[in-house]
Design a protein around this ligand. Structure first.
Ligand SMILES: [Zn+2]
Length: 211
């Protein structure tokens, strides 16, 4: 079967399982537990627009998972159906960021492409952050200055509280030689950010406003 699960949907299912296991570890009431079981399954199915009967079958075990070991086993098997991130090379980077000379890709082999919704990395030399994000069926390159703040804050991509910094982009304004600056707080650590993304809404919104 073709992979049909996006990385954010995989994370969403992971989160449902975490809640489910937490429930079974702390609640004794059978009815409450039953409700938790069906809620976890229902929510997981509902993140997909439509599923074939075969795909539904793959999600079916969710409601019967009870502990960490079962969840880890199930998630490991489920990974077979996760769509990996797009194939990206140094050539892709050159195309997406034509102005950034000698910009190198982050080490992709250190990343799990099935747990990647976007690629983000820092170019220490220029003090900029670079993002490669799928948007409306193609890859978009975003770059901006990045400055960490000493507080934790809400990330505009994954919507979690984490160590964030200000990602500031500039685009041409309506009047010649004017620029519009836009800033958003996003996670410093793009790998952690990726593992927290459980929906594409914020990310699409973020890219839509900056592009
Ligand atoms: Zn984040």
């Amino acid at each position: 079967m073709e992979p049909f699960i996006r990385s954010d949907q995989y994370n969403f299912i992971k989160l449902q399982l975490r809640n489910l296991i937490g429930g079974h570890a702390s609640v004794n009431d059978i009815d409450v537990l039953k409700a938790l079981d069906s809620l976890a399954a229902e929510k997981s199915v509902n993140v997909f627009e439509d599923l074939t009967a075969e795909q539904q079958q793959i999600l079916e075990p969710i409601s019967s998972i009870r502990d960490k070991t079962e969840a880890a086993e199930y998630l490991a098997g489920l990974k077979e159906y996760v769509i990996p991130f797009w194939h990206v090379t140094d050539m892709t980077v050159k195309k997406l960021f034509p102005k950034a000379k000698k910009l190198k890709l982050p080490p992709l082999d250190a990343m799990d492409l099935k747990e990647t919704t976007y690629i983000g990395w820092d170019d220490i030399g220029s003090g900029r952050k670079f993002l490669i994000v799928p948007y409306e069926n193609k890859l978009i390159g975003l770059s901006g200055t990045y400055s960490s703040i000493s507080q934790r804050g809400l990330c505009h991509i994954c919507s979690r509280f984490s160590d964030v910094g200000m990602f500031m982009t500039e685009k041409k304004g309506p009047v010649q030689d004017t620029f519009i600056k836009r800033g958003n707080y996003i996670c410093q650590d793009s790998l952690k950010c990726n593992s927290s993304i459980t929906s594409l809404d914020k990310l699409n919104d973020f890219v839509g406003r900056l592009k």
